[in-house]
Design a binder for this molecule. Structure first.
Ligand code: CO
Length: 134
């Protein structure tokens, strides 16, 4: 069911510093910051040859990234995103298999303008998984 690795998301306490580190030290192609208000994040996408890195920084008081950084002030891997062909079919299959879908279970438009869902990390060996309809 899962397709390609779309991105790995890393929560960072300083978006400008992390962006500059990827640009200057690693020589990566780093995009501009984008606010995604409905997810409470500012994101920077870094394009690699085979996948992307998504730098996440809190936006607003209720950002889920603020709570993550409170636990891990230096930052850290927040989630990984797999592509699926049909997100509703994937959700129905996963729910029937016992996985918990976060939120109200309906796909939301993610940072790339495509439908996404998140799966409970306790059902996937401690890893928060995002599914994106490719
Ligand atoms: Co993501």
């Amino acid at each position: 069911m899962i397709g390609r690795l779309n991105h790995v998301a890393i929560a960072v306490p300083d978006l400008a510093a992390a962006s500059e580190q990827y640009r200057a030290m690693l020589g990566a192609e780093v995009g501009p910051p984008e606010d995604v208000v409905e997810h409470g994040v500012t994101v920077v996408f870094i394009t690699l040859l085979n996948t992307k890195i998504e730098l996440l920084h809190p936006l607003g008081e209720a950002s889920p990234i603020a709570a993550f950084l409170a636990r891990q002030p230096a930052g850290g891997i927040h989630h990984i995103c797999y592509e699926v062909d049909d997100i509703v079919a994937a959700r129905d299959h996963l729910a029937a298999s016992g996985a918990r879908i976060l939120g109200d279970g309906s796909p939301k438009i993610g940072a790339h303008g495509k439908p996404v869902l998140f799966l409970h990390p306790k059902d996937f060996t401690g890893t928060l998984i995002e599914l994106e309809e490719a």
